[in-house]
Design a protein around this ligand. Structure first.
Ligand SMILES: Cc1ncc(COP(=O)(O)O)c(C=O)c1O
Length: 391
C-alpha cells in the first residue's frame, strides 16, 4: 500500500503514549501516579451528568445540525457575551467533538505548501502536527522561562512574513501554565492591525483556570481584529468533560460556513446527548467550576513549593491551566531520560518538555490535576529516584 506523503508528517501527543504505558505498568501490578495526562481528576458535575442521562432517555438519539443544536450555540454565544463582553452570533459558533478539532480545521483551512503558520513553542504538540499535516511551514514562537513562558508581542510580530496566514496562540498555556499579560496582548493587537491578511486562532481552553485574581484576556474582545480571530474553547477542562468530546470554535464571517463544511465532511455532528449536557453545563449552576479551580490552585501551590525543593529543579510559578514545567537541567539528566526513569523506576508519569517542541529541551511537564496526596507521594518518589542517580 502507498500512503499519502502527508500522513508521515502527522505528529502525536505523547501524553497519550505515556498514559498507555502507565496503564500497562499498572496492569502489571505497579503503583503509578499519573501526573502526565492533562485532564481534571474530578467527575463531571452531577447536574451535567443528569442532563446527559435524561437526554438519552428523552430520545436525543439522532443527528443534529452539523454546527450544533441551536440552543447550545445560543448558550455559547451568551456565555462568551458574559465572560468576554463581546457580542457573538449563534451562527458564528461551530460545535465540534473537542477543543482539538477547531485547531485541526483552522490548520486545514489556512495551511498549504508555501504558507506559514506561527505557533507557540513549547506548546500543545498538536499545533505543530496539524500545521505540518496541512503542508504549511510551522514557524515557532519561542516562549522563555524568564518571562514566565508568556509570549512577547514583538517576537510574534517579528515572525510575520508575506507568507504568514495564521497565528496560533494559547494563554493560559499548556504545557507551561504561562499566562500572557494584557499589556502584551494590547501591543500584539496594535501590531497586527498592520497585517490585516493574517488570521489568529486563540486557544482559550483554559480561560477559566486562572489564579491569583487574574482576569482572562480574550483576543475575541479586541474590536480591531474581531473579524479575523478564531476562538477555540470548550468544556473539557472547565467542566471536567474530557471524555464527552465536545468543544467549539467561534469563526468570524464566512469561516463558520467553511468550518461547518469540514464538520459535515468528517464528524457530521457532535453526539446529541453530549450537546444537551453541554447546554446544562453552560446554563446550570456554576459553583463546581469554582470549586475545581480552588482545588487546582491549592495543588498548584503545593506542587510549586515541592518542585522548587528538589535538587536540580527550578520552576517558575504557573499562573493558569493545571501544569507546571520546571527546568531540570540541574539534574544533569535529559528530559527524555528523566521522563522514562520517573515512569519506569519511580512510578511517576510526567511528560518530557521535548514533546512540546525544541524549546522544551531541559524541562519536564507535571500536571497537578491529581490529588494532594498523589502529588506529595510523587514528589517523594522523585527525590528518592534522583538520590539513587546521584549515588
Ligand atoms: C492547549 C490545549 N488546547 C486544546 C486541547 C484539547 O482539548 P479537547 O480535549 O477538548 O480536545 C488541549 C488538551 O489538552 C490543550 O491543552
Amino acid at each position: 500500500m502507498k500512503l499519502a506523503e502527508r500522513t508521515a508528517r502527522l505528529g502525536t501527543e505523547s501524553a497519550f503514549e505515556v498514559l498507555a504505558r502507565a496503564k500497562e505498568l499498572e496492569a502489571e501490578g505497579r503503583s503509578i501516579i499519573n501526573l502526565g495526562i492533562g485532564q481534571p481528576n474530578f467527575q463531571t458535575p452531577i447536574n451535567i451528568v443528569e442532563a446527559g442521562r435524561k437526554a438519552l432517555l428523552d430520545g436525543h438519539h439522532g443527528y443534529t445540525p452539523a454546527n450544533g443544536i441551536l440552543q447550545l450555540r445560543e448558550a455559547v454565544a451568551a456565555d462568551i457575551g458574559t465572560r468576554h463582553c463581546v457580542e457573538v452570533e449563534p451562527e458564528e459558533v461551530v460545535v465540534v467533538p473537542g477543543g482539538k478539532v477547531t485547531m485541526f480545521f483552522a490548520a486545514l483551512m489556512f495551511g498549504e505548501p508555501g504558507a506559514e503558520i506561527l505557533y507557540p513553542n513549547p506548546g500543545f504538540p498538536i499545533y505543530h502536527s496539524v500545521i505540518e499535516f496541512s503542508g504549511a511551514t510551522p514557524v515557532p514562537i519561542p516562549l522563555y522561562e524568564e518571562t514566565g513562558f508568556s509570549f512577547s508581542a514583538d517576537e510574534v510580530l517579528s515572525k510575520i512574513t508575506p507568507n504568514t496566514r495564521l497565528i496560533m496562540l494559547n494563554s493560559p498555556a499548556n504545557p507551561t501554565g504561562g499566562v500572557t499579560p494584557k499589556a502584551e496582548f494590547d501591543r500584539l493587537v496594535e501590531g497586527l492591525e498592520a497585517h490585516p491578511e493574517v488570521a489568529i486562532m486563540s486557544d482559550e481552553i483554559y480561560s477559566r483556570l486562572l489564579y491569583d485574581e487574574q482576569e482572562h484576556v480574550s483576543l475575541l474582545a479586541y474590536p480591531s481584529i474581531r473579524d479575523r480571530v478564531i476562538l477555540l474553547d470548550g468544556w473539557s477542562k472547565t467542566y471536567a468533560m474530557t471524555g464527552w468530546r465536545i468543544g467549539y470554535g467561534i469563526w468570524p464571517g464566512s469561516l463558520a460556513e467553511q468550518a461547518t463544511r469540514l464538520a459535515v465532511n468528517s464528524n457530521s455532528c457532535v453526539n446529541a446527548v453530549t450537546q444537551v449536557a453541554a447546554i446544562e453545563a453552560l446554563t446550570g449552576p456554576q459553583h463546581s467550576v469554582e470549586t475545581m479551580r480552588l482545588a487546582f490552585d491549592e495543588r498548584r501551590k503545593i506542587m510549586l513549593s515541592e518542585l522548587n525543593q528538589i535538587e536540580g529543579f527550578r520552576c517558575v510559578e504557573p499562573q493558569g491551566a493545571f501544569y507546571a514545567m520546571p527546568n531540570i537541567e540541574g539534574t544533569g539528566i535529559s528530559a527524555d531520560e528523566l521522563q522514562d526513569g520517573l515512569l519506569e523506576v519511580a512510578g511517576v508519569a510526567t511528560i518530557a518538555g521535548t514533546s512540546f517542541g525544541d524549546f522544551g529541551e531541559g524541562y519536564i511537564r507535571f500536571s497537578y490535576a491529581a490529588s494532594k496526596e498523589e502529588i506529595l507521594e510523587a514528589m517523594r518518589r522523585i527525590r528518592a529516584f534522583l538520590a539513587t542517580r546521584v549515588a
